[in-house]
Ligand binder design. Structure first.
Ligand code: PLP
Length: 366
């Protein structure tokens, strides 16, 4: 066995969902499970958190359909709504909550009236999806006149995870004004806003990344936020090479040994979803000993520094998980954990931890 593995921990997901519920202070928690449960597995993630949350958020109808096919009966919000008439009809048949973010969707609804659980999405300042707040009330009235009264108002924050954030409050005020005018519940908070801004919790929050054991903030780790590791990526050492001063390692010869040493070759590369742009110095761990990548990541392998480290062929190297904080790997690569989780390919073996081991393994590290 090559031994390149992703371990998913349902008990950690449940723990993190309970954390979100406690933080929400009475607001409904809709767990975002889009993009294959942030790479954890759509149904695995939803089933692990089902007892802890009030509903789920997905991006597209196919994801909602899969959840229904796997027996998830909880409310499901489809964040991009429907793309055509067939999807609108299917969303109704599956009792989904659909987001209406654009005038063309309003047109489609008016052409195909029928009972639909509608959330009006507002553009409160992110300038991505959403109706302009100044047409939202009129739009809601049009829909209501056709028998489709919206059930909520939602928005999304652009900067809630930025250390210098002066936008979230304004966005919240804009959303709150429309929700008040329509007498509807408001949903705006992502993970960062849920933790940081009690004023943003409103009636419903939509955390994603904290459920997957990662911090939305540069200045606070997942462990400090009492989040449990839900995704661990590891591989084995398949070769150990001696290097002399001046020896270069890997494609492009981007790293050169300054002194005699040992290099470990690890059976994971971008063909497994490890980021190719991870630079020399990106953290990893062997047998609990911290080390770093040296040289370029290739398709099937990467190389690590073994100087001063006890390691043998076949030993396990953690790429992220318990010893190696995924957020630190992401930072070294100039990206975010979201992308690391999502881009794992189908090649690594996936293990879903059984209930027995999950509980102890799910405990957050200090
Ligand atoms: C509409 C919407 N709500 C909530 C979230 C969850 O955000 P986060 O994972 O940062 O908590 C996302 C994710 O991007 C989103 O697109």
């Amino acid at each position: 066995m090559r031994g390149t593995r992703v371990e998913i921990r349902p008990a950690a997901l449940a723990h993190n969902a309970r954390r979100a519920k406690a933080l929400a202070d009475g607001a409904d928690v809709f767990a975002m499970v889009k993009a294959n449960g942030y790479g954890h597995g759509l149904t695995v993630a939803a089933q692990a958190m089902a007892a802890e949350v009030d509903g789920f958020g997905v991006a597209v109808l196919e994801e909602a359909r899969t959840l229904r096919e796997h027996g998830i009966a909880a409310p499901i919000l489809v964040a991009e709504g429907f793309f055509d008439r067939d999807e609108l009809l299917e969303a109704r048949a599956l009792s989904l909550e659909v987001v209406v973010h654009s005038p063309w969707q309003v047109g489609l609804l008016l052409d195909n009236p029928g009972p639909t659980r509608l959330w009006l999405k507002l553009n409160t300042g992110m300038n991505r999806l959403g109706l302009r707040p100044d047409i939202a009330v009129e739009t809601a009235e049009q829909l209501a006149a056709a028998g489709m009264r919206a059930v909520g108002v939602m928005s999304h924050f652009a900067c809630a995870d930025e250390s210098a954030d002066d936008r979230t409050e304004t966005q919240m005020r804009r959303g709150g004004k429309v929700a008040d005018a329509l007498g509807l519940p408001l949903s705006a908070a992502n993970s960062a806003a849920l933790i940081r801004y009690p004023f943003a919790r409103a009636q419903r929050v939509r955390p994603g990344i904290i459920l997957y054991g990662s911090s939305p903030f540069d200045w606070q780790s997942a462990a400090q936020l009492d989040l449990a590791v839900s995704h661990r990526f590891s591989a084995r050492l398949i070769a150990i090479n001696e290097v002399r001063p001046g020896d270069a390692v890997g494609y492009g010869a981007t790293w050169t040994a300054a002194r005699p040493g040992r290099i470990g070759v690890v059976a994971a590369g971008y063909g497994d979803g490890y980021p190719r742009h991870a630079p020399s110095g990106t953290p990893a761990a062997v047998n609990g000993q911290p080390t770093v990548l040296v040289g370029r990541v290739s398709m099937d392998m990467l190389t690590i520094d073994l100087n001063g480290i006890e390691a043998d062929i076949g030993d396990e190297v953690e790429l992220w998980g318990d010893e190696v904080d995924v957020d630190k790997v992401a930072r070294a690569c100039g990206t975010i954990s979201y992308e690391l989780f999502c881009q794992i390919t189908g090649r690594p073996e996936r293990t879903i931890l059984g209930v027995g081991r999950q509980t102890s393994d799910a405990r957050p590290k200090d």
